[in-house]
Design a protein. Sequence first.
Length: 262
Amino acid sequence: MKRSGVVLFVVIILAVVGPDSAAQPLNGMSLNAATGLIGIPSGRIGWQTDADLGIDLGYHALFDNDEIAHIPKVSISLLRLTELSFAYDSNIGDDNEDMIFGAKIRLPIDAPTAVAIGANFQRLQLGEDNDENVQQFYLASTYPGSFFGMPAETTLVVGKAFGEMVDDGDIDFGMGFDLELFPNIFQGYIHWINDFANFSYSRDPAAGQAERRGAFNTGVRIDLAAHPALSDYKLLIDFMLVDALDDTRAFGAGVSFGAPLM
């Protein structure tokens, strides 16, 4: 499928998302630790309604043939406005580790729409003599809706990256949605998460080549905190396909836990 075809597919899906109802915000961790979907950040921070200080811990693994990339991560939310994040990506191959530092500020816009400005600093290929640095700045917006009567949230991201690995004229763009699947049946436990972008969670991702023709990521996010006994916390399990429509696709799985501290 050509890149234009993938874009058209996602735009059609997003166009069907109407303003009738909203999914319960999961505020899960993307692959680079920022609160978001799979490869893109959202307009939300990890703890923006329930705690002045909150922490999220996560781990994702990407399986590429016989190799595994390990991505542990952490984020801290401050005063319901700011998020600081860090991810370590072991990547695929020897001496190819990456570190990603992120920051996000939520703009004072009334709910249910959430808008944030963010940035990340990527220290790439640490074990090599020619290690690279990339900086990305972005604006992300997340707003509620519904898809065939099921609660959904849609996210749009636009940004710009800088560094020797980035062409000067490149502009970053991504879109995605979080769909709460059949809430009358699954009771809020099962979400379908998707995103499409011409950038990945890192400029040196363990799987996929988003800069080549874009990448469509899709998966299931299981919200164990939908159980009343865990409702004060976050406990999410992810199963995903990264760059699902290209030959560079990989399977991913992960878990994240969040708790309010103050």
